[in-house]
Design a protein around this ligand. Structure first.
Ligand code: URA
Length: 202
């Protein structure tokens, strides 16, 4: 069986996942997507409102920041597989809006077997942890973005072992209080992604 077929089967199994309660309020499971033999796997937090509706990872505002940062750091999409630590959208209602809520440790742990399987099949050279939830999924709750960002740390996720680089979540760029802060956050993201690209030999 090809890796692509196995990944497709894996995402079909994940579509009916009930390992935690998040499936009850989410529209659908949002599984990872990208090159089956991608050199880099990008791990985000969880699907947002747009991703939950469309069924694809990083297609909303944070995804646009990620796409731009990939291009600016010299990473081509075919070298990337993009997924999330948690594969259902966790949200609370505010008026008519669905507001993102951070997944808890129980949900992060419940979802980790899917990430383990994705890494076992894609076999990337390196993984990039986009923010604290991705970091917690891989390194546990002691993970801090400030400690791990832009650095290469050995990681072990199920049967996959290899280097990991931490960085901020792309949505942190959007949350910057003013244009200068946003530019600075974006430049930091791109710098961290360049470290990842070079460490992966791309
Ligand atoms: N934020 C994430 O962490 N993942 C997505 O897919 C979208 C937004």
């Amino acid at each position: 069986m090809t890796t692509l077929t196995e990944l497709t089967e894996l995402s079909e199994s994940a579509a009916t996942c009930t390992r935690c309660d998040l499936y009850k309020r989410a529209t659908q499971t949002v599984f990872g997507e990208g090159g089956a033999g991608a050199a880099l796997v990008f791990v985000g937090e969880q699907p947002g409102d747009q991703e939950d509706k469309q069924g694809h990872p990083f297609v909303g505002p944070a995804g646009r920041v990620l796409d731009r940062a990939l291009a600016d750091s010299g990473i081509v999409r075919s070298d990337a597989y993009v997924t999330n630590a948690v594969k259902h959208f966790k949200w609370t209602e505010r008026g008519k809006r669905r507001i993102h809520e951070r997944p808890g440790s129980t949900e992060i742990r419940a979802c980790r077997p899917w990430l383990e399987d994705e890494l076992r099949l894609v076999r990337p050279r390196l993984i990039v942890l986009l923010g604290a939830v991705a970091g917690e999924s891989v390194f546990g709750s002691s993970f801090r973005v400030g400690t791990y960002r832009g650095k290469i740390t050995d990681a072990s996720v199920g049967s996959w072992q290899g280097p990991a680089v931490g960085t901020i979540h792309p949505s942190a760029v959007l949350r910057g209080p003013d244009p200068e802060a946003r530019d600075q956050a974006y430049a930091g993201l791109v710098a961290d992604l360049k470290v990842a690209r070079e460490a992966a030999g791309l």
